[in-house]
Design a protein around this ligand. Structure first.
Ligand code: TAP
Length: 476
């Protein structure tokens, strides 16, 4: 693709990145007790952004102790006082959103127009929303005097680093719990920036602790005997391991896991609008989205028309520098994720599906994958069954609404679905039949802090967001 006009990229000098970061425990940054560190790199340039402390089990223990100590006073504060801290955090996030958006795009690879216009506003909105609940818990419909659980151990993935942090920390603090959170290994920087925001907001020490590390850090946090609540977002495989770890303990647990959503287009749908929804559904955030519309189910009679329009639209997508405001598709988050996407795409071809991608020049350094479409896909193909977590769409067809429902539900997952039709009665009929936690109609990937989010089947258990999201952090 060539462009006549390339706007200046958002400058990385907008945000200061320290050469190294410690763990944030009890209100202070400190090295890991054994001095171990790891590097975090920018997936769009492979440049090392910073060196970050790798928490071992001693550090996890220190963080949990700090959170336990802070819990006594924090949980005893009137809700209105806790709300003041949360409102303050929300406002600082808004004030510093430019720095945070650039940092998120550098560390994660997502386009700046998404981190600036989607991630950051949603992060602030989440803190504002739960700040509003903090003094109204007695009126949340749980009966009198709902009590916090204690210390929450929270483990999050790399696809929406700051937004997943907000989904975890905001309801936990609003309900009077204290937190130890582990961000993903490839995207620790915005969580560490958030630690600084907690200090700026004057949040009491130990209420929020951020421990960076890998899967083993997450595993020791989840297994720590003094953690009362486990909240996890990530792969179904790790979610199952966590469920085994907490089985038989009194830990409360919520799991937000993978997905393989169907985006279902009927022949009466407005085609141009559906194409925008399909593109947003699968190419937003490079397809690193648990609720991505990764299976397009199109009614046979409009298949040709829809696919022609979709290909024309895909050819206009700009892949490249995440800090360029005109970029639609940024970098794949890591070499490992790129290898996983590549392997599944090769499996798609080997199993006989037809691969198509627009002509697209990819930068030489960094991790990239062109927006890709597969037709001739059957239910048996791996690309129709497994979560690819990349910018790859598998197209299947159907003739009747019953067949659409059968195909959409034919997956071990059940996180989300999309329905494109003019008929209100059909939307409601489908919504009742689809086994998915979130269903969008004539839109896709719409999020609101007031709306509960979570899955059926292997997409997890429990809900985050809305009033439902409070319950996960309360003894009711
Ligand atoms: P995971 O490998 O599951 O990693 C998620 C988090 O768990 C990371 O912080 C990871 O640390 C940590 N972890 C790894 N092994 C662990 C263990 N044994 N015990 C405790 N923690 C452990 O997933 P990912 O690759 O980061 O993210 C992609 C997956 O997350 C996709 O399947 C996607 O669908 C799912 N996801 C779901 C949702 C929702 S809301 N349902 C949202 C986003 C993503 P390291 O990073 O250091 O490995």
């Amino acid at each position: 693709m060539t462009f006549d006009y390339a706007p200046a990229p958002e400058s990385r000098s907008v945000v200061d990145i320290a050469p190294s970061y410690g763990l944030f425990i009890d209100g202070e940054f400190a090295p890991a007790s054994d001095g171990k560190v790891f590097k975090t790199v920018s997936p769009s340039s492979e440049e090392v952004l910073s060196e970050v402390a790798q928490a071992g089990s001693d550090d996890v223990d220190r963080a949990v102790k700090a959170a336990r100590k802070a819990f006594e006073k924090w949980s005893a504060l009137p809700g209105a006082e806790r709300a003041k801290y949360l409102f303050r955090i929300a406002r600082i996030i808004q004030e510093r959103s430019r720095e945070l958006a650039v940092l998120e795009s550098l560390d994660n690879g997502k386009p700046i127009c998404e981190s600036r216009d989607a991630d950051l506003p949603l992060v602030a909105a989440h803190f504002f929303y739960y700040a509003g609940w903090a003094d109204k818990l007695d009126h949340a419909g749980y009966g009198p005097n709902p009590r916090p659980l204690g210390v929450a151990g929270q483990v999050i993935p790399w696809n929406f680093p700051l937004l997943m942090l907000a989904w975890k920390i905001a309801p936990a603090l609003a309900t009077g719990n204290t937190v130890v959170l582990k961000p993903a290994e490839t995207t620790p920087l915005s969580a560490l920036f958030f630690a600084d925001i907690c200090r700026q907001a004057g949040l009491p020490k130990g209420v929020v602790n951020i421990i960076t590390g890998d899967g083993s850090t997450g595993a020791s946090l989840v297994a720590h005997p003094d953690v009362n609540k486990v909240a996890f977002t990530g792969s179904t495989e790790v979610g199952k391991a966590i469920a085994r770890t907490v089985a038989g303990t009194d830990k409360k647990v919520t799991l937000e896991l993978g997905g393989k959503a169907a985006n279902i287009v009927f022949d009466d749908a407005p085609i141009d609008q559906a194409v925008e929804g399909i593109v947003n559904g699968i190419f937003f955030n490079q397809g690193h989205v648990c609720c991505a519309g990764s299976r397009l189910l199109v009614q046979e009679s409009v298949q040709d028309e829809l696919l022609d329009a979709l290909k024309r639209r895909m050819a206009t997508l700009r892949v490249g520098d995440p800090l360029d405001k005109n970029t639609d598709i940024g970098a794949i988050n890591s070499a490992e994720q790129l290898a996983r996407i590549t392997a599944l795409v090769e499996a798609g071809e080997a199993e006989g599906a037809e691969r198509w991608a627009p002509a697209c020049e990819l930068p030489s350094a960094g991790y990239w994958f062109a927006p890709t479409l597969f037709t001739g896909v059957t239910q048996a193909h791996r690309i129709a069954r497994e979560e690819i977590f990349g910018p790859v769409l598998s197209v299947l067809t159907f003739r009747t609404p019953e067949e659409a429902v059968e195909k959409a539900n034919n997956t071990p997952y059940g996180l989300s679905a999309g329905i494109w039709t003019e008929k209100g009665s059909r939307m409601l009929w489908m919504a009742n039949k689809l086994r998915a936690g979130v269903i969008w109609s004539n839109t896709f990937n719409k999020f609101d802090p007031a709306s509960p989010f979570g899955g059926y089947k292997e997409s997890g258990s429990g809900r985050e967001g809305g009033r439902h999201g409070l319950e996960a952090y309360l003894n009711v």
